[in-house]
Design a protein. Structure first.
Length: 574
């Protein structure tokens, strides 16, 4: 389709480029070297989460330059801008992690404000680290201008004494070091080997989980989210995405045409099929919220319950994202799920074709064992399970991929912060068979709903990963493994049952039945609730305080505004 025939009559950029009254606005564009012809073309925002905080984001600015070439080749005018990223691998295990989930909202908000303020007509968004992927997709759905998502790509696996390793191994090595299983020199060797290139954490942790979601939900070009960051072929996807967004403008295909209820169900399906991060159960409802679609934790869990686990990926399995890409990529996974009735094939995608049409020429690869056929899964139930019970009336989530025991019962040992629990684990001040409870770490109570990878990895490194359970109203990293239950709601800060339990209360978790219960009567819980008092956090000003004032429950995605259902105008139609 020839983008040169696109009229600006209904595009947002007409407000800053068309007519005599916009001469001052155009003067700014001339000052940056644009020609009259370029000003007359659609203006395309090219947003990246580039920064020098971590390898996840370091290649995004370079990739954005290729996107801009693609936009220009298709007769659009690219306008590049950056937004923030908080990188979980560096924020993990200290107060910095309180910034992580907050950053998802800041990313979405800042992209919205940049697009609105400058009246851009379309968006190509590049993201790398965990929260930047959903944050960018949330902005796309909120704005509803033609949009394409690009994942910056995963990191290559490290090599340590003949085996592949990822950053997960480094976190677990800390636990091994704490019990004397490895030396200072061995720890140093592991940390220096684990992350050998640019790109996001290499296994099916949160970044790669949400990258898989981006293809399945239809916002990214097929295969584009699987190619590792260092691969030169990423430039082909970047250039093609820049070209394709111009076609979406011409055809007026928008994110809300793509992100439907069925597409969200497809996204949840690939999360479960890959044993993906439990954080997807937070981000999918948040993306749905931007479109005004009700799709909460229980809706996600219902998909998880009927989806087979078919991709043998770390942390529960043995392969990394690079291996799946080379086996056939995310389309290989989606093809077998579609063929066996687990995906909706009639969903529109950014190719301008349906998911089924995109999959038409994808051939099964018999010479790989990264992805199993959907009718011969690793396990019949999904890699992620939703839980509910008197300890979590608003639900909870657990990753079971790679686990052999799916039931656990034991006495509670309660901690009112992650630091308290991590200290106890480091000092071995806990017992086999206990259920460690970390509370007041939810969206409002944290504030910020921290991830607990440092604690869970230390447990695993001590050889206790399968001998204790851990529950929290906070979150777990996509790299977490073991019997770890997150997103327990309502959270302790609003009087949820997790804030009422005491040391020694017996907690039972059944990931087969999907239940999480504490052995207390309703009357006892009610009596304790009367004695419970809300507590203040250490954050009484600033961005994290502001987040705590508006954030909702984890069940609905921990969102901070009313969403598409309350929208009175859509930016794309201004």
């Amino acid at each position: 389709m020839d983008a040169r025939v696109i009229s600006k009559a209904k595009l947002p950029s007409r407000h800053v480029t068309v007519g005599p009254a916009r001469a001052p606005h155009r003067s700014y564009l001339y000052a940056m070297g644009l020609s009259a012809a370029e000003i007359a073309q659609p203006l395309v925002g090219v947003a990246s989460c580039w920064n020098e905080a971590a390898p996840c984001n370091i290649s995004l600015m370079r990739q954005a330059q290729v996107v801009k070439k693609g936009v220009a080749a298709a007769n659009g005018t690219p306008r590049e801008f950056c937004t923030i990223t908080v990188t979980d691998g560096i924020a993990m295990g200290h107060q910095g992690m309180k910034s992580s989930l907050v950053s998802r909202e800041v990313i979405a908000d800042s992209v919205e404000l940049t697009m609105r303020g400058h009246c851009y007509d379309a968006l190509v968004g590049l993201a790398g680290c965990d929260k930047s992927l959903p944050g960018m997709m949330m902005a796309m759905v909120r704005l509803n201008v033609p949009s394409i998502f690009i994942y910056g790509g995963s990191i290559l696996p490290g090599s340590y004494r003949g085996r592949q390793i990822t950053v997960q191994d480094v976190f677990e090595a800390v636990g091994q070091h704490s019990v004397g299983s490895i030396s200072d020199a061995e720890l140093l060797e592991i940390e220096q080997a684990a992350c050998p290139s640019a790109g996001s954490c290499g296994a099916q942790f949160t970044a790669n989980t949400m990258a898989t979601v981006a293809e399945a939900i239809g916002l990214a070009l097929p295969y584009s989210c699987g190619a590792p960051a260092p691969y030169e072929m990423r430039d082909r996807f970047n250039f093609a995405s820049g070209e394709k967004v111009m076609e979406l403008i011409a055809k007026n295909i928008r994110p809300r045409d793509i992100v439907t209820r069925k597409a969200l169900e497809n996204a949840a399906t690939v999360v479960s099929a890959t044993g993906g991060s439990t954080n997807a159960a937070l981000h999918l409802p948040a993306i749905a919220h931007e479109a005004g679609i009700k799709f909460d934790l229980f809706d996600v869990a219902a998909i998880f319950e009927k989806t087979p686990y078919i991709a043998d990926l770390k942390p529960g399995g043995k392969y990394v994202a690079k291996d799946m890409f080379e086996a056939g990529g995310i389309p290989l996974l989606m093809k077998t799920l579609l063929d066996h009735g687990y995906l909706h094939g009639d969903c529109m995608t950014v190719t301008g074709r349906t998911l089924a049409e995109n999959m038409e020429h994808v051939a099964w690869n018999d010479s790989q064992d990264v992805v199993r056929p959907a009718n011969r899964p690793i396990t019949k139930t999904g890699g992620v399970v939703g839980l509910k019970g008197n300890l979590a009336p608003e639900g909870a989530i657990v990753k079971v991929a790679g686990m052999s025991e799916l039931k656990f019962s034991g006495p509670a040992r309660c901690f009112d912060s992650e630091e308290e629990c991590f200290e106890a684990v480091t000092q071995r001040n806990y017992r086999e068979g206990e259920v460690l409870v970390i509370r007041y770490e939810g969206p409002r109570g944290g504030p910020g709903m921290r991830e607990m990878l440092s604690t869970t990895a230390a447990l695993y490194g001590q050889g206790m990963g399968g001998k204790v359970a851990l529950i929290t109203d906070g979150r777990f990293s996509g790299a977490t493994r073991g019997f770890c239950i997150g997103h327990v709601g309502p959270e302790a800060a609003v009087g949820g049952p997790i804030g009422l339990i005491k040391n020694g209360d017996v907690i039972s978790i059944d990931a087969v039945k999907g239940t999480i219960e504490v052995a207390l009567s309703d009357a006892e819980l009610a009596a304790r609730a009367k004695e419970w008092k809300a507590r203040k956090t250490d954050y009484q000003s600033g961005a994290i305080w502001k987040y705590a004032q508006t954030v909702g429950s984890a069940r609905d995605g921990a969102v901070t505004h009313p969403g598409g259902a309350k929208e009175t105008h859509c930016y794309a139609d201004i």
